[in-house]
Design a protein around this ligand. Structure first.
Ligand SMILES: *Cc1c(COP(=O)(O)O)cnc(C)c1O
Length: 393
């Protein structure tokens, strides 16, 4: 990667692995290569590393080590939480209703839609306001004794808004209904105490907080039942079969510790830069709207919609100018579909197709942001001309 000519402003998509994390992982590929399920010396060394990582992860989230299940990614954690708890609650008490939101990541939405299609669950989407937020009162209004599970994202990957997890969790606790939150975007930026926040199940993924790709974790509060999705050996308390990826798990635990130690000074540095992008874009560019909450949002996250702009054209222009950004949704090829998250905010499909997400990270500098702000208005203008030309032809 030529970092001098290309500026990375897409930290919500993924982050580079911190070099201290890489360092910590290395011995576990060859020197300490044992299978943690083996009884001998090599196995014991691997098991010690595994359990040490589990303790560190549990400490960061204020829970016990046996409440942490290691998985292969945030998506797998979402699948295990949703399928696992929904099927367990149905078996236990016949519950078949799932309450979630239209602003979830696809790892949640496509999983609950599958549970509806193939397992007969009744999925209900909570209303969201113009900032994409969910009112806990609405959860209380819609939850019922047949509700197997409530799932609400912690911090939104597309629009940055931060959700009232503690209050939603309290409603679920009153109804004795398991509450899952997808905290994959939240971990890098917000301290999380799962007990204080009334969370029963929580998904995280390491590559969003300077750990490696392909490893994640699921917090499962003691007493919450989960039926395994991946069956086989007895690893991870029987909830996730398969030999654990020790180097990646060790890396995730270190990354989590580092982010926890370094988060607060970094947040103080980056938040005013975020706010400078927001105010400059709204002042310098006509016909633009911020998406997501103006202040109750991730400190590294800005997202807009521009009228008369095709998002992919703008992203290619930005890339040619040396800036890597995102439209916020996963679609990158073929005929563009407007993002369901943006439609749920009440935006028109054509406006939703003009989205831009800029997410900052630990290696972002103020001068990179200045350079970005200097080119963006001109590139939006050129994109508008091109987009209008395509629409006429
Ligand atoms: C990235 C992301 C996921 C998926 O995590 P992977 O580790 O890439 O599978 C799930 N939810 C949210 C909110 C995300 O941002």
């Amino acid at each position: 990667m030529n970092t001098t000519s290309h500026v990375y402003l897409d930290y919500a998509a993924t982050t580079p692995v911190d070099s201290r994390v890489v360092e910590a992982m290395l011995p576990y590929f060859n020197d300490e290569f044992g299978n943690p399920s083996s009884i001998h010396y090599f196995g014991q060394k691997a098991e010690a590393a595994l359990e040490n990582a589990r303790e560190n992860v549990a400490n960061c989230f204020h829970c016990d080590p046996d409440e942490i299940i290691f998985t292969s990614c945030g998506t797998e954690s979402d699948n295990l939480a949703l399928r696992g708890a929904a099927l367990a609650e149905r078996e236990k008490r016949g519950a078949t209703h799932i309450l979630t939101t239209p602003v979830e990541h696809h790892a949640v939405l496509h999983t609950v839609f599958n549970l509806a299609r193939y397992d007969g669950f009744d999925v209900e989407l909570l209303p969201v306001d113009a900032n994409g937020l969910v009112n806990p009162v609405e959860v209380n209004r819609r939850i019922r004794k047949e509700t197997a599970l409530v799932s609400v994202i912690f911090a939104n990957n597309e629009i940055g808004s931060i959700y009232p997890v503690e209050e939603i969790g309290r409603v679920c606790r009153e109804w004795s209904t398991p509450f899952h939150t997808d905290a994959v975007q939240a971990v890098a930026h917000l301290p999380i105490d799962v007990r204080a926040l009334n969370i029963d199940l929580m998904s995280v993924g390491a590559h969003k907080f300077y750990g490696p790709k392909g490893v994640g974790a699921l917090y499962v509060r003691r007493g919450i039942q989960v039926i395994p999705v991946q069956t086989g050996g007895a690893q991870e308390f029987g909830l996730r079969a398969g030999t654990q990826n020790i180097p990646y798990i060790v890396g995730m635990a270190i990354a989590l510790r580092l982010i926890q130690e370094e988060r607060s000074p970094w947040t103080a540095f980056i938040t005013p830069i975020r706010d400078r992008i927001i105010s400059r874009v709204l002042a310098d560019i006509p016909q633009v709207r911020l998406t997501g909450h103006p202040t109750n949002r991730l400190p590294n996250h800005v997202s807009f919609v521009f009228e008369g702009v095709d998002a992919n054209t703008l992203l290619m222009m930005l890339d040619s100018a040396g800036f890597a950004c995102s439209s916020g949704s996963a679609c990158k090829t073929g005929s563009p579909e407007p993002s369901g998250v943006l439609l749920a905010l009440g935006l028109s499909p054509s406006l939703a197709l003009g989205s831009l997400r800029v997410t900052l990270g630990q290696y972002t500098t103020s001068s990179e942001v200045d350079a970005f702000l200097a080119v963006l208005p001109g590139l939006v203008e050129r994109t508008r001309v091109l987009t209008a030309g395509v629409e006429r032809s």
